[in-house]
Write a protein that binds this ligand. Structure first.
Ligand SMILES: NC(=O)c1ccc[n+]([C@@H]2O[C@H](COP(=O)([O-])OP(=O)(O)OC[C@H]3O[C@@H](n4cnc5c(N)ncnc54)[C@H](O)[C@@H]3O)[C@@H](O)[C@H]2O)c1
Length: 361
C-alpha cells in the first residue's frame, strides 16, 4: 500500500551551495562526519586550521583541502572563507566565536554551544551583535527517522501526540573523546542533548523536566553520569522520556524511538547507535487510523545520521545566509532552549525535584 502522506526526510539545499567553508578544528568528527557530508553535498571546503598543525596538514592532504592555515587569524583574513565551521571541545568555542564574529564571518558551531549556559548565551549574543548568521550542528533533527517522524506528525498521522520515548542501551566508545573522561557532566550534556533537542523539534518546549542519573561501577576513568532517565511533561498532557545507558556490556544493544498518539504510532530504530560512528540506516514503522486498521507502513530510509544529517545543519546555515533569515531549524538562539532543558535535567537530578526549563537563566 502506498502511503497517502509525504515522507520527506532528506536535507533541502538552497540555490547557492558554493560558499567557501573554513574548518576550525580537524579532529574526529570533522574527519568522519563533516568532510564526508560536505563532499557528498558538493559543498566547497576552502581552508582549515587546527591547534595541532600536523592534524590540519594530514587532513588537508587526505581530503584535498587547498589551504592550511597556521593561525585562526590567518584563516579569518582569507576572503575565500565565507562560513567558519567550528568543531573543537566546547570550552574552546567561545573565544573562537568572538574572533569569528569580529571578522564578520558566518558560522556553524558544534554542540554543545558551551557547558556553561551563560557562555552559550554570550556566544549567541556575539553573533547577533556582529550581524552574522550563526547555526548549531545539532544534527539529529536531520536524522532520517526523526525528520520523517516530524513530517508525519505535522501531517496528523498519529493524531495528538500522547507518549514519546527514546530508549538507548549500548556500549559507547568513550575512548574516542579522551577529553570527555574528566567531564563532570557527561551523558546529558554530550549525548542525550541530541535526543532532548529532537524531542523539542518534534513536540516543542516541555513544562517540566525530571531527570535521574547514575554511573556504572566499571566506567573509570570516565567520571560523569553515564546512565540517565529524563521525563519531559508537556502542557498538552504529552509525556516524553529518554532512557539511555552507555554501559550495556552484555545484553543485546538497542536504540529505539516510539511516538504514540490518539490516531496512530511511529516507531523506529536509530541506526547510528548500533555501531558508532559507522552505524546503519534508521528503520521506521507507521500505524495509523488513516491507513486502515492493522496496516503497517515500513518505508525504507536510505540515508544515515553520519554523514547525511551533517549536510542538513550546514544547508540550514547556507539557506539562512542566502535568504537573510535566521536558520529555520538550527538557530543557536533556539538551541539555548535545548540547553535550558539539559541544565534543567542536571538541576532536577541534583535537587531531586522537577524543574521548569525557564528556571535556567
Ligand atoms: N554533533 C555531533 O554529533 C558530535 C559528535 C562528536 C563530537 N562532537 C563535538 O565536536 C567537537 C569536536 O569533537 P571531536 O570528536 O572532533 O574531538 P577531537 O578531540 O577528535 O578533535 C578536536 C580537535 O580540535 C582541535 N582544537 C582544540 N582546540 C582548538 C582551538 N582552540 N583551535 C583550533 N583547533 C582546536 C584539536 O587539536 C583537535 O584536533 C566537540 O565539541 C564535540 O562535542 C559533536
Amino acid at each position: 500500500m502506498n502511503t497517502p502522506f509525504v515522507i520527506d526526510y532528506k536535507p533541502h539545499l538552497g540555490k547557492k551551495t558554493d560558499y567557501g567553508i573554513g574548518l576550525i578544528g580537524t579532529g574526529g568528527i570533522v574527519q568522519y562526519a563533516h568532510i564526508p557530508a560536505y563532499r557528498k553535498a558538493g559543498f566547497n571546503i576552502v581552508a582549515c586550521y587546527d591547534l595541532n598543525p600536523e592534524t590540519a596538514r594530514k587532513v588537508a592532504q587526505e581530503h584535498g583541502i587547498a589551504t592550511v592555515y597556521d593561525s585562526l587569524d590567518a584563516l579569518l583574513n582569507d576572503p575565500a572563507v565565507e562560513i567558519v565551521d567550528i568543531a573543537v571541545p566546547p570550552w574552546e568555542q567561545l573565544k573562537i566565536v568572538r574572533q569569528v564574529a569580529a571578522a564578520g564571518k558566518h558560522m556553524l558551531c558544534q554542540k554543545p554551544l558551551s557547558e556553561s549556559f551563560a557562555e552559550a548565551q554570550e556566544i549567541v549574543r556575539m553573533a547577533k551583535e556582529a550581524g552574522v548568521k550563526q547555526a548549531i550542528n545539532q544534527q539529529m533533527r536531520w536524522d532520517a527517522g526523526i525528520r520523517a517522524s516530524k513530517n508525519l506528525i505535522e501531517q496528523g498521522v498519529i493524531g495528538q501526540p500522547t507518549d514519546a520515548q527514546i530508549a538507548v542501551s549500548v556500549l559507547t566508545p568513550w575512548h574516542m573523546w579522551p577529553w570527555l573522561a574528566s567531564a563532570p557532566h557527561l551523558e546529558i550534556m554530550f549525548h542525550s542533548i541530541h535526543y532532548l533537542d529532537a524531542l523539542r523539534f518534534l513536540f516543542g518546549d516541555p513544562e517540566w523536566v525530571t531527570s535521574r542519573h547514575a554511573r556504572y561501577p566499571k566506567q573509570a576513568p570516565v567520571q560523569g553520569e553515564s546512565k540517565t532517565i529524563t521525563v519531559l511533561d508537556y502542557a498538552s498532557g504529552l509525556q516524553a522520556m529518554t532512557n539511555v545507558n552507555h554501559y550495556n556490556e552484555y545484553a543485546e544493544p538497542y536504540a529505539t524511538f516510539r511516538f504514540l498518539g490518539t490516531e496512530g504510532a511511529i516507531t523506529g530504530t536509530i541506526g547510528l547507535m548500533y555501531n558508532y560512528p559507522t552505524g546503519r540506516p534508521d528503520t521506521l514503522e507507521i500505524t495509523s487510523e488513516h491507513y486502515g486498521k492493522g496496516v503497517k507502513i515500513t518505508p525504507t530510509l536510505d540515508e544515515m545520521w553520519i554523514p547525511d544529517a551533517f549536510v542538513g545543519t550546514m544547508a540550514g546555515l547556507m539557506e539562512a545566509i542566502e535568504t537573510d533569515t535566521q536558520p529555520r531549524d538550527n538557530s543557536t538562539e533556539d538551541n539555548l532552549n535545548t540547553l535550558r532543558v539539559a541544565h534543567a535535567a542536571y538541576l532536577s537530578a541534583a535537587e531531586n525535584r522537577s524543574v521548569r526549563p525557564s528556571e535556567v537563566k
